[in-house]
Design a binder for this molecule. Structure first.
Ligand code: UD1
Ligand code: BG6
Length: 827
C-alpha cells in the first residue's frame, strides 16, 4: 500500500525549505506503508507569484515542480536537494499560500521507477497532478479511451489515467465555454468514472493554492491547524473552524501518524466525500455513486457538514524514543500497551468482590451474541493468529461453536454465513481489503458483524455493527507485535463478557481476570529474555529454515512465531500443529534443522513432552520454550536449548510465549542485515487484493457469453443509436472518436442527460443530478456497456454508471465515447 500526504498553508508565510521539510517528514511517517519509491510536487517561483493573480493566463505560469525518485524517502530527499543545488531554486523564498503534495509508493502496477512514482501527471506541463493510494480497477478502458483522445502515457501505473482524465474534463469544459468550472467540479466528474478502492489528492496549475482530496476505500484524514487568536477549545467541534477562511495550515494524510506532530484536530474523510481546500475554507461534498444504481435513478452530490475530532495520540507514540527500530520499541512497549487495552474494562471489587469485564462497545449486543448459532472469527495474517489463540477460551466460556476463517478464503469459497451467526472481524489496521470484503459478504448474509480493531474510525470500525477497539497505540513496524498481544487480551475479555456471571464458571472467570491484571508484569519479566534471544539468533543466523511446533492454546503461537521470522528475518519458517507431527513433518527432522517446541504448562503439557521425546529420538536440534522450573522435564538428557518463561493462566499463555519469538525474529533480522521495520515486499496495510483480478476473470467469462449472445441478437445490436438530448447543453459527448477495430459492433448508448435540476446552492452546496457516464465498451479490452432499460425503450431515461462491471446485463460495444457532464453553477 502507499502513503499520501499534502500540506497547504493559507495566509501563513512559509519558506520553500520549510514546506519541503513538512512534506518529507509526512512521508517519513508514512514510509511503513510503502517504500520503494517516492515523490513530491511543490510550486516553482513564477507560478507562485502569478498565482496571486488568479487571472494570469496559464501560458505565463510555470508548471509546478515534480520530484520523483526510486528507493526510500531519504533518496528522494537527497535528490531534491541535489536538484535544488544544481538550479537557482531559492529555498528561502516565502509563500503566503502554497499547496504541496507527496507520496510514498509500494509498487503494484509497474516496477519501482521514477516514471511510475507519484505524483502522476496529466501532461508535460503538469496541469493536473495526483497522488493515489489504492487501485483503479477500470484503468485499462479509461487509458484506451484517453489514448484515442490524444493522450500519451509514460507510466505503467493505474494512477496515470486520473490526472489525464482531469485534464480531459477541464479542457472539455473550457472548449464548451465553461471557463468557470471549479476544481471540485472537475474532480467530481473524474470520480464518477473511477472504479476500485482509492484515496486521492489532486493539485492543479489551473487552481493555484487549492487541493482536492477524495476517497472510496483507502483511509484519508484532514488535519487542521489554526493560527487565529482567541479560538477557544470548545470551538474544536465547530464546523466554522473549517469555514472561516482564517490563517491556517491544512494537512491531508493516509494516517494520523503524519498529522499528530502538527495538530490533533482531524476530520476522517469518509467514502464518497470530496474535500476542497481553497482560501482557507474546507468544503466537503458527498458523492454517492450507489444511489439509484442500475435503476435509472440519479446520482446526487450534496454538501456535508462535519465536525472535527481530536486525535487521542501523542507525538511520542510515533517516535522511536531510545529504540533503534519501531519493531523493537513496540515489542518492549507491550506491558504498557496491554495495560491501555484493559484500562477501564476490568472491574474487581464492590461489596461482593465480584470480578467482571465491561466492554462499552459490546454490552448492548451481548444477548444477541449469546443467542448465535455460531461465532466465526475472520482475519488475515497476525490478526487471524490472534483469533486462533483466543478461540479455545471463547468456546469454553461461551459454549458456542467457534469457527475460523481466513478472510480471503471465505470470500473465495463464498462459505456459508447465516443470519444466526456472529462474525468477528479482527484487524489491526481495520483497513485490510480481504477482511473488508469478508465483512461486506457477512453483512449481506445477515450476520451480526463485530469488529476488533486498533484503528478508531477505520473502515472495519465504521462498518461493523459493534465492536471493541484494542487501544494498543500506533503500531508502525510492519510486523505486528503489540497489536497481536492486545488482540488476544481483548478476545479473552470478549469471552468473559459473553460468558456472563454464572456460578458454574465463576472460578474460571476469576482466574482469567486475575491473570489479566497480572499480565503486564509477566510480560515485563519475559522481556528480560532479550539478550538470551539475541544469543540464540546469533546461532541461527545462517540457517535456511526453522520449524515451530505448538498445540492447544499455543498452536497460534507456533504460527505467529514462524510468521514473524518469515516476514522480517526473511528465513523460511513454518508453524505446525504438534499433533500433526507424525503425519508428515517428522520426515524433515534431522540433526541440522532447528526446531522450536512450545511446551509450557497446560492441559497439553504431557503430549508436548512426548513430542519432544520423539523429536529427540530422531536427533532433532531442539529449542524448547517451557514454564519456569520445567527445564528438566522437557529436556531429555539436558540436550535441548531451553527458554524459560513465566507461567500464567493457560488461555493467556500465548501472550507470554510469543514474546521470545518476537525478540528472536527481531534480532535475527538485524543480525542478518535486513530492514526490520520495512521488510521486503510487505507493507502494513494490504488494501489491494485479488478481487479485481477475479473480477477480470469473471468478466472474461461474461464476455464469452456475451459474444455468443451478440451473434444471436445481431439484429438487436444493430438497432439505431439512441438519440441524445441535444438540449442538455452541459452534457458533452465527443463525436470525433475514431472507432476501434474489433469483431464486435459499435453501439454508443449515450445516457440521456435527464433533468439537470441541481446546482450549487448557496455556499458550497452541490446538488448535482446528472449522471455522467464514461461509456466503456470495446471488444479488445473486454468491457461492455450496461443496457439502459429506459434507453432501450426509447425514453430519455437516465442510467447511473454501475459500480461493478459484472453486475448488470449488458451488450457488447466496439467504441468508447467519453461523455462528460458538468455541474451547473447557480448564480
Ligand atoms: C469508549 C471510547 C473511549 C472512552 C470509553 C469510556 C471511543 C472510540 N472510545 O470506549 O475513548 O474512554 O468509551 O466510556 O470513543 N466499534 C465498532 N466496531 C469496531 C470497534 C468499535 O462498531 O471494530 C464501536 C463500538 O461498538 C462502540 C464504539 O465503536 O460503539 C467504541 O468502541 P470502544 O472504543 O471499544 O468502546 P469503549 O471501550 O466503550
Ligand atoms: C498483511 C500484513 O498485509 O496484513 C500482516 O503483512 C498483517 O502483517 C495482515 O497481519 C493483517 O493486517 P490487519 O491490519 O488486518 O491486522
Amino acid at each position: 500500500m502507499c502513503g499520501i500526504f499534502a500540506y497547504l498553508n493559507y495566509n501563513v508565510n512559509r519558506e520553500r525549505r520549510y514546506i519541503l521539510e513538512v512534506l518529507f517528514n509526512g512521508l517519513r511517517r508514512l514510509e511503513y506503508r510503502g517504500y520503494d519509491s517516492a515523490g513530491i510536487s511543490i510550486d516553482s517561483s513564477l507560478s507562485a507569484s502569478l498565482s496571486r493573480d488568479p487571472n494570469s493566463p496559464l501560458s505565463l505560469r510555470v508548471p509546478p515542480l515534480v520530484f520523483r525518485q526510486e528507493g526510500r524517502i531519504e533518496s528522494l530527499v537527497k535528490s531534491v536537494y541535489e536538484n535544488v543545488a544544481a538550479t537557482d531554486l531559492d529555498l528561502e523564498e516565502s509563500f503566503c499560500a502554497h499547496a504541496g503534495i507527496a507520496h510514498t509508493r509500494w509498487a503494484t502496477h509497474g516496477e519501482p521507477a521514477p516514471r511510475n512514482s507519484h505524483p502522476q501527471t496529466s501532461d508535460p506541463g503538469n496541469e493536473f497532478l495526483v497522488v493515489h493510494n489504492g487501485v483503479i480497477t477500470n484503468y485499462q478502458v479509461l487509458k484506451e479511451t484517453l489514448v484515442r483522445h490524444g493522450f500519451t502515457f509514460e507510466s505503467e501505473t493505474d494512477t496515470e489515467v486520473i490526472p489525464k482524465l482531469a485534464k480531459f474534463v477541464f479542457d472539455k469544459a473550457n472548449e464548451e465555454g465553461d471557463h468557470g468550472v471549479t476544481f471540485s467540479q472537475v474532480v467530481l466528474e473524474v470520480m464518477r468514472h473511477l472504479e476500485g478502492a482509492y484515496a486521492l489528492i489532486f493539485k492543479s496549475q489551473h487552481y493555484p493554492n487549492e487541493l482536492i482530496a477524495c476517497k472510496r476505500g483507502g483511509p484519508l484524514l484532514l488535519g487542521v491547524k489554526e493560527f487565529s487568536e482567541g479560538i477557544a477549545a470548545s470551538s474544536f467541534h465547530d464546523f466554522n473552524v473549517l469555514k472561516n477562511g482564517k490563517p491556517k495550515e491544512l494537512f491531508l494524510s493516509s494516517d494520523a501518524n503524519a498529522l499528530v506532530e502538527h495538530t490533533k484536530k482531524v476530520l476522517m474523510i469518509e467514502d464518497g466525500e470530496v474535500v476542497h481546500l481553497k482560501d482557507g475554507v474546507v468544503s466537503i461534498f458527498k458523492f454517492d455513486n450507489d444511489k439509484g444504481k442500475n435503476c435509472g435513478a440519479l446520482s446526487r452530490t450534496a454538501s456535508v457538514q462535519r465536525a472535527l475530532s481530536i486525535l487521542e495520540m501523542e507525538v511520542e507514540q510515533i517516535n522511536k524514543g531510545s529504540y533503534e527500530h519501531y519493531m523493537q520499541k513496540e515489542i518492549h512497549e507491550q506491558p504498557e500497551s496491554l495495560k491501555t487495552t484493559m484500562r477501564g474494562r476490568l472491574i474487581r471489587g464492590g461489596s461482593c468482590k465480584a470480578k467482571s469485564v465491561l466492554l462499552g462497545g459490546l454490552k448492548d449486543h451481548l444477548k444477541t451474541i449469546r443467542r448465535s448459532r455460531r461465532i466465526v472469527f475472520i482475519g488475515c495474517g497476525t490478526s487471524y493468529n490472534a483469533a486462533l489463540a483466543a478461540r479455545p477460551i471463547l468456546e469454553e466460556l461461551s459454549g458456542i461453536p467457534v469457527t475460523m476463517e481466513i478472510a480471503s478464503d471465505l470470500v473465495d469459497r463464498q462459505g456459508p454465513i447465516y443470519r444466526e451467526d456472529t462474525a468477528v472481524f479482527v484487524s489491526q489496521s481495520g483497513e485490510t481489503a480481504d477482511t473488508l470484503q469478508a465483512l461486506q459478504y457477512a453483512s449481506e448474509n445477515g450476520a451480526l458483524c463485530v469488529g476488533i480493531t486498533n484503528t478508531v474510525g477505520s473502515a472495519i470500525a465504521r462498518n461493523t455493527h459493534c465492536g471493541v477497539h484494542i487501544n494498543a497505540g500506533a503500531e508502525i513496524g510492519v510486523a505486528s507485535t503489540k497489536a497481536y498481544t492486545s488482540q488476544i487480551v481483548v478476545m479473552a475479555m470478549v469471552s468473559l463478557a459473553i460468558a456472563g456471571d454464572t456460578i458454574s464458571n465463576q472460578e474460571r472467570r476469576d482466574a482469567v481476570i486475575d491473570g489479566l491484571y497480572d499480565l503486564p508484569n509477566k510480560v515485563r519479566d519475559v522481556l528480560e529474555l532479550d539478550q538470551e534471544m539475541k544469543e540464540l539468533a546469533k546461532l541461527l543466523i545462517a540457517e535456511q529454515s526453522l520449524l515451530v511446533f505448538g498445540r492447544g492454546y499455543n498452536y497460534a503461537t507456533a504460527l505467529e512465531g514462524a510468521l514473524k521470522v518469515k516476514e522480517v528475518a526473511l528465513m523460511h519458517s513454518e508453524g505446525m500443529l504438534a499433533g500433526e507431527m507424525k503425519h508428515g513433518p517428522l520426515a524433515l527432522v534431522d540433526e541440522n534443522l532447528p526446531i522450536v517446541v512450545i511446551a509450557t504448562r497446560d492441559a497439553c503439557f504431557s503430549k508436548q513432552q512426548s513430542v519432544i521425546q520423539q523429536l529427540h529420538a530422531r536427533k532433532g536440534r531442539l529449542i524448547v520454550i517451557c514454564s519456569k522450573g520445567d527445564a528438566a522435564s522437557v529436556s531429555p538428557g539436558g540436550l535441548c536449548r531451553i527458554i524459560e518463561v513465566p507461567q500464567v493462566v493457560d488461555c493467556l499463555q500465548p501472550v507470554i510465549n510469543i514474546v521470545p519469538l518476537q525478540l528472536l525474529a527481531y534480532h535475527l533480522t538485524v543480525l542478518r542485515g535486513y530492514n526490520v521495520d520495512q521488510p521486503r515486499n510487505l507493507a502494513k496495510r494490504e488494501l489491494l487484493n485479488e478481487l479485481f483480478i477475479s473480477r477480470l476473470r469473471l468478466l472474461g467469462q461474461v464476455i464469452l457469453m456475451m459474444l455468443l449472445l451478440a451473434l444471436k441478437v445481431k439484429a438487436y445490436v444493430e438497432r439505431p443509436q439512441v438519440n441524445r438530448d441535444e438540449d442538455r447543453t452541459l452534457l458533452r459527448t465527443l463525436q470525433n472518436v475514431p472507432p476501434v477495430e474489433g469483431p464486435l459492433e459499435q453501439e454508443i448508448v449515450g445516457q440521456s442527460a435527464g433533468e439537470q435540476t441541481g446546482g450549487w446552492q448557496g455556499e458550497g452546496v452541490l446538488n448535482e443530478e446528472t449522471p455522467s457516464v464514461l461509456l466503456p465498451e470495446l471488444a479488445q479490452t473486454q468491457l461492455e456497456l450496461p443496457v439502459n432499460p429506459a434507453n432501450t425503450e426509447g425514453n430519455a431515461g437516465l442510467e447511473e454508471r454501475p459500480e461493478s462491471p459484472i453486475s448488470s446485463s449488458r451488450i457488447p460495444l466496439t467504441e468508447v465515447a467519453l461523455s462528460v457532464s458538468f455541474i451547473s453553477v447557480r448564480s
